[in-house]
Design a protein. Structure first.
Length: 355
């Protein structure tokens, strides 16, 4: 097992595109770290740099206290699981899992031990003689993971391994990979664009955008204290509601809000207020409310997402009220000020009110 340290890592492609900009990150031994962000943010490029499939332009990649910038991928002692299973269709499950060990010259007895252990851990030992075409998508992904397990690497790298599965199977495989981490007690770096995967699987989440790290935090901190407007709106579904406000003489002013609040920041001209859907109500009273008109209601059974028009702006709230909402109905919409998130409009960074 090993820790992974990235120091000032930058990646510039031959066409001049800057994919990674001064990445600094420490991943502790046995951690489960998730890189999450929108398509094109650089998360897969960063994973490929760690694996050695891409060379960094600047900076250092350190695995188990060794700088590996110029170390061949096969000598970095990492194993990568891709989103496409890349299984050999003419080989059995057993032979697919054993293939890498055979090419490395392992003894037959050692190969047999490792393959059987991996198949048992993944619960697919009964499919050892099956061909990939006879398996479901989830079973094929288990085989691909098994191929990584038998190498007994210091670090496992997962590149969006669940993106080809249906919604039900993704939920099941999320749980399986989390259990696998506990069984193997090893370092896992996992890439996804799916925030639900990130929040439910990672002990540490690295949010990326435009080749930069926007925030590094555990799931609770990331959700409850996003460091900037990007993280605030990227994490959470439906996303956080954002309101623009003028800030003058210690007072927030807009069509939506008008109240006194103080910040340490000097010469603050504008403030974004972020409010998550679950912190806006129509079934209880708080200190701030506005009339709004229902434009859309999405019922998920246990909760309903209401899209309400207030002063021409669409605001989404989450309610557990069990009733049929009618389009065009007017409701008093209450905002829980204790749950407000504040961001400086000049740099979009989080600011905290003085209590």
């Amino acid at each position: 097992m090993a820790d992974v340290i990235l120091k000032n890592v930058t990646k510039v492609f031959a066409n001049g595109f800057v994919a990674l900009k001064n990445i600094n990150l420490e991943i502790e031994d046995k951690e489960f770290v998730v890189f999450v962000g929108p398509s094109g943010c650089g998360k897969t490029t960063l994973l490929r740099c760690i694996a050695g499939l891409e060379q960094v332009t600047e900076g250092e990649i350190i695995i188990d206290r060794q700088v590996v910038n110029f170390t061949h991928p096969k000598d970095r002692d990492v194993a990568m699981v891709f989103q496409n299973y890349a299984l050999y269709p003419h080989m059995s499950v057993y032979d697919n899992v054993a293939f890498g060990l055979r090419t490395r010259g392992f003894l037959k007895e050692e190969i047999d031990r490792r393959v059987k252990d991996a198949l048992e851990i993944l619960g697919i030992e009964k499919y050892a003689k099956s061909k990939p075409r006879e398996l479901s998508g989830g079973q094929r992904q288990r085989v691909a993971i098994g191929r990584a397990i038998v190498r007994e690497p210091k670090v496992f790298l997962f590149d969006e391994p669940l993106s080809n599965l249906d919604a039900k199977m993704r939920v099941s495989m999320r749980a399986e990979i989390s259990k696998l981490h506990k069984k193997l007690n090893t370092t896992i770096i996992y890439v996804t664009h799916d925030q639900t995967e990130a929040m439910t699987m990672g002990s540490k989440i690295v949010v990326m955008n435009n080749g930069q790290i926007m925030q590094i935090a555990d799931p609770d901190t990331l959700y409850n204290k996003p460091e900037n407007l990007f993280c605030a709106t990227f994490i959470g579904s439906p996303q956080m509601n954002i309101f623009e406000n003028v800030y003058e003489n210690g007072k927030i002013k807009s069509d939506f809000f008008n109240f006194q609040v103080n910040f340490n920041e000097k010469e603050l001209k504008g403030v974004y207020i972020g409010v998550r859907p679950e912190d806006i109500y129509i079934d209880r009273e708080t200190d701030t409310y506005i009339d709004g008109v229902v434009e859309l209601a999405e019922s998920l059974g246990d909760v309903t997402f209401l899209y309400i028009n207030i002063f021409g702006k669409n605001v989404v709230l989450k309610t557990t009220l069990h009733k049929r909402f009618q389009i065009g109905e007017t409701y008093k919409v209450f905002f829980n000020r204790n749950k407000f998130h504040y961001f400086n409009m000049e740099d979009s960074k989080r600011i905290e009110p003085i209590i």
